[in-house]
Design a protein around this ligand. Structure first.
Ligand SMILES: CC(C)(COP(=O)(O)OP(=O)(O)OC[C@H]1O[C@@H](n2cnc3c(N)ncnc32)[C@H](O)[C@@H]1OP(=O)(O)O)[C@@H](O)C(=O)NCCC(=O)NCCS
Length: 174
C-alpha cells in the first residue's frame, strides 16, 4: 500500500515494521488501554505481532490502520483510520473507523482531524458504502469524536461484557 493522507497538521501513512518501538510505547501505557480491555502489551514482540497483523490486512483487504505522524516534528503520534473488522460484531463484518494515540498527544484534536480525513478517503477514494465505529459507553472522548465527525448513533451492543455505543454512516457521495 502506498497511500498517504495529509491534513493540516498530520500525515497518515502505512505502518511499517520500523514502527515497533513506537507501537510498544503506545500500547504498553495502561492509560491507553482503559477502554480497550485493560490489557496493555508487556513485550516488544507483541507490538511486532500487531504490526504484522496490520501488514497482513493491507495485503488481504487493501486497507488497514495508518500511522499518524505530526507534520511539525515528524513524531509518531499513534494510528488512525479504517479497518475491515470481522471480530467485533458477531452478526456482521464492516469497515471500522478507529484511533489510538500516545498519551502526550491527547487533547489537541488530532484524533478528530485524522478521522475526518479517514472518512473522506473511505467514501471518496475507496467508495465504501458504509463505515461503522464503536466506543465504550463510558468513553466520553471517543463518543464525542464520533458524534463530532457526523457518525450516526445507532444503538448499543455488548463486547467483552462492556456496553458499547454503535455508530454508522452511509457514503454521502454514492
Ligand atoms: C480517545 C482518543 C483517541 C482521543 O484522542 P484526542 O486526539 O485527544 O481526541 P480529540 O482531541 O480529537 O477529541 C477529543 C474530544 O473529546 C473531548 N474529551 C476528551 N476527554 C474527555 C473527557 N474525559 N470527558 C469528556 N470529553 C472529553 C474533548 O474535549 C474533545 O471534544 P471537543 O473537540 O468537542 O472539545 C485518545 O485519548 C486515545 O488514543 N485514547 C486511548 C485509545 C482509545 O481509547 N481509543 C479509542 C477506542 S474507542
Amino acid at each position: 500500500m502506498t497511500i498517504k493522507l495529509e491534513t493540516k497538521r498530520l500525515i497518515l501513512r502505512p505502518v511499517t515494521e520500523a514502527d515497533a518501538n513506537d507501537f510498544f510505547e503506545l500500547d504498553s501505557n495502561p492509560k491507553v488501554h482503559v477502554f480497550l480491555g485493560n490489557q496493555p502489551v508487556k513485550t516488544i514482540s507483541e507490538s511486532e505481532a500487531m504490526i504484522a497483523n496490520i501488514l497482513e490486512q493491507y495485503k488481504n483487504n487493501g486497507l488497514g490502520r495508518l500511522a499518524m505522524v505530526e507534520k511539525s516534528t515528524n513524531a509518531f503520534i499513534g494510528w488512525a483510520g479504517l479497518k475491515y473488522e470481522d471480530q467485533l460484531r458477531k452478526e456482521f463484518n464492516y469497515y471500522d473507523l478507529g484511533y489510538r494515540l500516545k498519551e502526550q498527544f491527547w487533547g489537541k484534536g488530532y484524533a478528530t482531524e485524522a478521522s475526518f480525513a479517514s472518512l473522506d478517503y473511505g467514501f471518496k477514494d475507496l467508495k465504501l458504502k458504509e463505515i461503522g465505529a464503536a466506543a465504550d459507553v463510558n468513553h466520553s472522548a471517543s463518543n464525542s469524536i464520533l458524534k463530532k465527525i457526523g457518525m450516526q448513533p445507532s444503538g448499543t451492543f455488548v463486547y467483552d461484557d462492556e456496553l458499547c455505543n454503535w455508530y454508522k454512516l452511509k457514503n454521502p457521495y454514492l
